[in-house]
Design a binder for this molecule. Structure first.
Ligand code: FES
Length: 112
């Protein structure tokens, strides 16, 4: 279907999940992962203020550039130097991310 994209998410146990997300609902990647029951803490609810939605991008998709608050937050959380680190709440679900491959960052763990 045109308005669904597939995203591959590897969780903290190393299990890879295939999730589907609609592109016509204004969702971001964090919301799409949560809607698919991926264990993502996302304490601030998508405000780029907590870094507990951190993912590491494993595929070579073109993603929107980081905003200032995203960059600051990743820096503060000491994950900016992990290559491909992004806040999933700052990545809109669009056709461009179809087939995206991400790994959950350690800060996302809801058990922590
Ligand atoms: S949910 Fe808090 S920074 Fe993304």
């Amino acid at each position: 279907m045109d308005d669904l994209v597939t995203i591959f998410v590897t969780d903290l146990n190393g299990d890879r999940h295939e999730i589907l997300a609609p592109t016509d609902m204004g969702l971001n990647l964090m919301e799409a992962m949560k809607a698919n029951e991926m264990p993502v803490k996302a304490t601030c609810g998508g405000m780029a203020m907590c870094a507990t939605c951190n993912v590491i991008i494993k595929s070579d998709h073109e993603l929107p550039e980081m905003g200032e608050s995203e960059e600051e937050m990743l820096d503060e959380a000491f994950v900016l130097d992990v290559e491909g680190s992004r806040l999933s709440c700052q990545i809109p679900v669009t056709q461009e991310i179809d087939g995206l491959e991400v790994q959950l960052g350690s800060l996302t763990d809801p058990e922590e």
